[in-house]
Design a protein around this ligand. Structure first.
Ligand SMILES: NC(=O)c1ccc[n+]([C@@H]2O[C@H](COP(=O)([O-])OP(=O)(O)OC[C@H]3O[C@@H](n4cnc5c(N)ncnc54)[C@H](O)[C@@H]3O)[C@@H](O)[C@H]2O)c1
Length: 266
């Protein structure tokens, strides 16, 4: 594989599994210096060690809560001290809960917005301080198909992911003059532990007396609506993120790009 990111510092949040781990692997394959952040310290350490061994790259794990300003400041400070630049920052950490309107706790609503939206903004804000000084950088934010269209029983998640697109557009306008691009990607159904949860909990709530969803059945039904007739893999998403971080995407900013096998066309 080409080594487009050799000598570049790439920070990825939510890198301990799923889409974030897939993105980390792609950047490792292309020679980046990686700083991998997650609130699951054990698993992110495992991923970093695995990638460092397999691809002979620098991969530093860090325990970070993306809603904690001190943790975020420490993440970029450490990455800059260690590698001397902050070239690409991927704000990927995210959570979901699924509930009917009359049983969703306020705390769940607030938490989803804090992690998915405030967390993205905090990462962009901190990374941009370094990128402005450098006169270059790439900010890449994780939205969702729900950033395009809300879905049932997840008003907080839809709001949070639409918010990510708003942050992306606003910061793209502000940072363009500094040679910093800000883009978002909107995954559809991607195989991950988050989707195991979605399949189980949406499956429970959407089950009726006529139709009860067993394990994997709801996901299989929804996958039939995807024009490409399969769920995505973290590596599918990682290819897009690597493109957005590459020189080929130098003139692309303020965009939100669907990566969903054709599920949403807009
Ligand atoms: N899987 C999908 O189908 C799908 C679709 C659209 C969007 N997304 C988005 O993609 C991103 C990754 O999703 P995934 O499917 O890999 O999910 P996942 O649940 O498998 O992984 C989420 C990651 O975020 C980390 N995380 C959660 N809260 C955190 C916090 N407060 N601080 C730091 N790290 C935290 C977790 O440790 C984990 O590494 C999320 O933002 C999600 O909303 C996923």
């Amino acid at each position: 594989m080409s080594q487009r990111f050799s000598g570049k510092t790439v920070i990825i949040t939510g890198a301990c599994r799923g889409i974030g781990a897939g993105i980390a692997e792609r950047f490792a394959q292309e020679g980046a210096n990686l700083v991998l952040a997650s609130n699951d310290s054990q698993r992110v350490t495992f991923v970093a060690e695995q990638l460092a061994t397999e691809y002979a790259v620098n991969a530093v794990p860090l325990a970070v809560d993306v809603t904690d300003e001190g943790d975020i400041q420490n993440l970029y400070k450490m990455a800059h001290e260690r590698f001397g630049s902050i070239d690409v920052s991927v704000q990927n950490a995210g959570i979901i809960t699924i509930d009917r309107f009359d049983s969703m706790p306020r705390a769940d609503f607030d938490k989803v917005l804090q992690v998915n939206t405030t967390g993205v903004w905090l990462g962009c804000r901190e990374a941009a301080k370094y990128m402005v000084k450098q006169g270059s950088g790439r900010l890449i934010n994780t939205s969702s198909g729900q950033g395009r269209q809300g879905f049932i029983y997840t008003p907080h998640y839809a709001a949070s992911k639409m918010g990510v697109i708003g942050i992306t557009q606003s910061m793209a306008l502000e940072l363009a003059r500094h040679n910093i691009t800000v883009n978002a990607f909107c995954p559809g159904i991607i195989e991950s532990e988050m989707w195991d949860y979605n399949d189980r909990v949406w499956g429970e709530i959407l089950s009726t007396n006529e139709k009860r969803y067993g394990k994997g059945e709801l996901m299989a039904e929804w996958v039939k609506n995807i024009p490409m007739r399969r769920a995505g893999k973290p590596s599918d998403v990682a290819g897009l993120v690597a493109f957005l971080a590459s020189d080929d995407a130098a003139y692309l900013t303020g965009q939100a790009i669907n990566i969903d096998g054709g599920l949403i066309m807009s």
